[in-house]
Design a binder for this molecule. Structure first.
Ligand code: PLP
Length: 311
């Protein structure tokens, strides 16, 4: 069953346009890993791949993981559990609300059992003793950290660049926990340039996390990467009218959608860098579409409120 994880079709590389920018001096492509699977979207597929294989190897029947109520990772784990025959448990940050939001409703429909922790309790999620307690309570599940980032996740995200069938100078990705960019850094071994766009405020902290992940994975550290930390729009899942306007303009001249939480912030940042002439002429840039479209349903009321207050 898990052999399906190795049967990836060719991943599309599409040229993109940026609103208000003449891109004739550049080649800008988007690697559409968001299209790999309808639910285990984008980078989550690569992050889960070797974790699922490990869980099966160790004979675990259940996967347990952590996330916020709108988490793409929770959504992906729930879907993967259903598809590959694992029971799933989601430890959700915050209180339980009804009706469930679309992300959590989907998770429950996939068979995931949800447990809620208040914000103080949730802070213990990476604590070893706390995790041991969970393992006992839930009969020894395979534990996947929040956001899916661990060394096995890097083994998967290292494979992303193999799908780029053209020469390029830069590869760019949105960042949450940094597992995706860390895999890309370790796979490129100092070649090319890599830009990460944290979707959270305080992206500077992430730099250390990424460095540690890369060093643990490859016993090397590299300097051909950089975080562009100013396009977080106030923090995780925060948006404003300029981001919404950008998304609408972008989608009107390209053939695919962006998500509000991750990819749109990176694409916005790329447009700003293009405006600032950050890239020299002739540069070939690959942008990773890491998926996340499912989360847009949970953002609709926020978007509508912002639009209402601006017209
Ligand atoms: C989870 C997610 C990310 C962040 O990936 P990390 O490996 O945690 O940095 C980026 N984009 C999308 C769409 C995601 O769902």
């Amino acid at each position: 069953m898990l052999s399906k994880l190795f049967e990836i079709n060719e991943v599309d590389l599409e040229e993109v346009k940026f609103p208000g920018i003449s891109t004739s001096d550049f080649k800008i492509f988007v690697l559409r890993i968001d299209k790999l699977h309808r639910e285990i979207s984008g980078n989550k597929w690569f992050k889960l791949k070797y974790n699922l294989i490990e869980a099966e190897k160790l004979n675990h029947k259940t996967l347990i993981t952590f996330g916020g109520a709108y988490s793409n990772h929770i959504y992906a784990v729930a879907s993967a559990g259903k598809e590959f025959g694992f029971d799933t448990i989601g430890i959700i940050r915050g209180e339980e609300y009804f009706p469930l939001n679309p992300t959590l409703q989907f998770a429950v429909d996939c068979g995931m059992k949800l447990f809620y922790l208040n914000r103080a309790e949730y802070k213990n999620r990476n604590d070893k003793a706390f995790q041991e307690k969970l393992k006992i309570k839930f009969d020894n599940p395979y534990m996947i950290p929040e956001g899916g980032t661990n060394q096995l996740a890097l083994m998967g995200t290292e494979e992303i660049v193999n799908h780029i069938k053209t020469n390029f100078d830069y590869i760019c990705t949105a960042c949450g926990t940094g597992g995706t960019i860390a895999g890309i850094i370790s796979s490129l071994k100092g070649e090319k340039k890599i830009l990460g766009f944290p979707a959270l405020k305080g992206g500077e902290f992430l730099e250390n996390d990424i460095r540690e992940l890369v060093t643990e994975r490859s016993s090397q550290s590299y300097n051909n990467w950089k975080l562009i930390t100013e396009y977080h729009f106030g923090g995780y899942a925060k948006i404003d009218i300029s981001l919404i306007n950008f998304i609408n303009e972008f989608e009107s001249i390209n053939s695919f959608k962006l998500d509000y939480i991750y990819t749109s912030k990176m694409f916005y940042g790329i447009r700003e860098l293009l405006k600032q002439e950050y890239f020299s002429k002739g540069t070939k840039i690959v942008l990773l579409h890491t998926g996340g479209i499912q989360g847009n349903k949970g953002m609709i009321s926020k978007v509508n409120n912002l639009l209402k207050n601006n017209y």
